[in-house]
Ligand binder design. Structure first.
Ligand code: AMP
Length: 552
């Protein structure tokens, strides 16, 4: 199969905004994709080369790509950058550069999907530094063979900026349609494996084969999440057999052990094993079973006290910025759930059983412990547990239904959270302005975007004050590589960095495209554990807006 055929599908997908039409385009295409490349092609349609939980990544940024395109077209990097800025899209900028070159040459090499798959494998094998030359060699070969439109999509794929609108949900719809397997079954298999390519392939084999896919060590599951409880009393009305746990303020991790091999995944399903060496070595002693998947919260300690959440995130980021982290930040892990034991899935077992299995599966230590819990139905006892948790510096408590099953990825009513802070919104930084005077080196005025149903990020507010110097430095470092366009002091950014924002009130406002504005927004922290697509949505803002109406 040729890459050209995939590009035709991308083009068809962009030409319609109808979800049903997109589904049908994909479904027809899935039927003709050969099995040996089906998983790979499915990933490309969803906008990624490797599922993010694998250890593989291309590791190619905009700078390297510009270098390659400049090398093969003979056009200066600055000129290509101009094309990118004027079109507002990397892919289109590169397409324009390649177009100019093609007018002079008459290459007619066709890019085959298997060739592309092998090439990406090879590029990902050259992970570290000093490998740039090899990556440039492979990419030059690829882009020399690409037609302008192919170059547009290849660069979007490589930079993970695909905008065809083939969101996860539509791909699942299409898989269900072409395989004639009910959507629910397709979705269930996906929730258990987090691999669209695998789901496409197994669905082609039939419903029986698909139903064999289950929780597997090495493939992270989307974490089960909690809703906010209005109050302890209302939570007790919703939950029949409540179990309370301390809500630790750190980062959620999922630990997968098979024999001597242990992997740690983040809430975003990234493999972060290398970032947590001391937790890893402690887990080697703590986890008794041969195979187990368990979950917990990693918390940072400084001078014996719980340190702000930001410290944990700095540790998790170490995978990418190892040298910059010099200080030693001791961590502890509090485990609270168990999803598989000795290769048997536990997600359909009640929490009570999962927790008991977990207790008998670990040897607690100073670093790895069970999350503290309490069983009670008495509001005053629960309040006492909550007060103690807050006094110890934690975020609040979780009230969980002891009889509930584990629902991957669901934010249902089986887990409720009671937090000390006001409700915050996780928003995406979509633009910024360079500061003045002392703030000159910082992107200081930040434009916040909120996600709509189609995955677009619409402005909801600006924030310029209330950030510490450290936070400005950190945010600027993270935003600079994401600059898409720069006009005077104003920059447009790839929507990627999620920040937790506190505000006094949400107001209706025609000023911003989202229809809402935040009163006195303050950035609390960067949410490195969240993708732009995990950020809060306009419907969430609407819910909060509605609940304010009632309380004010
Ligand atoms: P939130 O991020 O506010 O939606 O709260 C859910 C997060 O709380 C989870 O993803 C965990 O990272 C964290 N958390 C802390 N303690 C617990 C606990 N005992 N049980 C479940 N989640 C917890």
């Amino acid at each position: 199969m040729l890459y050209k055929e995939l590009v035709e599908v991308y083009e068809k997908l962009t030409s319609t905004s109808s979800k049903l039409e997109k589904r049908d385009i994909l479904s027809d295409f899935f039927l003709v994709v050969p099995d040996d490349v089906l998983p790979f092609v499915t990933g490309l349609l969803a906008g990624y080369v490797f599922p993010k939980w694998t250890e593989k990544e291309l590791g190619i940024g905009p700078k390297l790509l510009l270098k390659v395109i400049s090398k093969i077209t003979g056009i200066a990097e600055e000129k290509i950058e101009e094309y990118v800025y004027s079109s507002g899209d990397f892919g289109e900028g590169i397409e324009k550069a390649i177009e100019q070159k093609k007018q002079q040459t008459f290459f007619d090499i066709k890019i085959d999907i298997i060739y592309l798959m092998d090439l990406f494998e090879k590029v990902s094998a050259y992970g570290g530094k000093g490998s740039q030359d090899k990556k440039i060699k492979y990419l030059s070969e690829l882009f020399s063979a690409a037609s302008p439109v192919e170059a547009r999509y290849l660069s979007r794929t490589i930079l993970e900026q695909m905008r065809t609108g083939a969101a996860e949900g539509i791909i699942l719809d299409a898989i269900s349609k072409f395989s004639e397997i009910p959507r629910k079954e397709v979705e269930k298999a996906y929730l258990l494996t987090n691999d669209l390519g695998l789901i496409a392939l197994y669905s082609k084999k039939g419903a029986d084969e698909l139903s064999k896919l289950t929780v597997t060590v090495g493939r992270p599951l989307k974490p089960m999440l909690a809703q906010i409880a209005g109050s302890i009393e209302s939570a007790l009305k919703d939950i029949e057999e409540p179990e309370m746990e301390v809500k630790y303020d750190g980062a959620r991790i999922q630990v997968h052990k098979s024999g001597a091999k242990i992997k740690i995944f983040s809430r975003r399903l990234e493999n972060i094993t290398e970032a947590l060496p001391e937790v890893l070595s402690e887990l080697e002693i703590t986890l008794i079973p041969e195979t187990i998947i368990c979950e917990g919260e990693v918390v940072a300690y400084k001078d014996g006290k719980i340190a702000p959440f930001q410290y944990v995130l700095r540790r998790l980021r170490r995978k990418y910025q190892i040298s910059e982290i010099s200080e030693k930040i001791p961590l502890k892990l509090f485990l609270f759930d168990c999803l598989l034991i000795e290769n048997k899935s536990l997600i359909d077992s009640p929490l009570k059983e999962r927790r008991n299995i977990l207790i008998s599966s670990i040897k607690e230590s100073e670093i790895v412990k069970m999350a503290e819990n309490k069983i009670s139905k008495d509001p005053s006892e629960i309040k006492e547990f909550y007060n103690k948790s807050i006094a110890e510096g934690h975020e609040g408590i979780m009230i969980k239904d002891y009889l509930s099953q584990y629902q991957p990825g669901a934010r249902g009513k089986k887990w409720l959270k009671v937090k000390r802070t006001l409700e915050t919104l996780d928003l995406v930084i979509i633009g910024a302005e360079w500061g003045e005077g002392r703030r000159k080196k910082w992107l200081s005025s930040l434009l916040l975007g909120i996600r709509d149903d189609e995955g677009k990020f619409l402005p909801i507010g600006k924030v310029a004050t209330g950030l510490s110097d450290d936070l400005f430095t950190e945010i600027t470092e993270q935003l600079t590589p994401l600059i898409l366009e720069e006009k005077g002091k104003t920059v447009t950014l790839v929507p990627k960095i999620v920040v937790e924002v506190l505000y006094d009130e949400i107001q209706h406002s025609p000023k911003y495209e989202s229809g809402f504005a935040l009163r006195f927004p303050r950035v609390l922290r960067v949410r490195d554990d969240k993708d732009a697509y995990d950020s809060d949505t306009i419907s969430r803002a609407y819910e909060i807006y509605e609940s304010q109406e009632k309380t004010f």
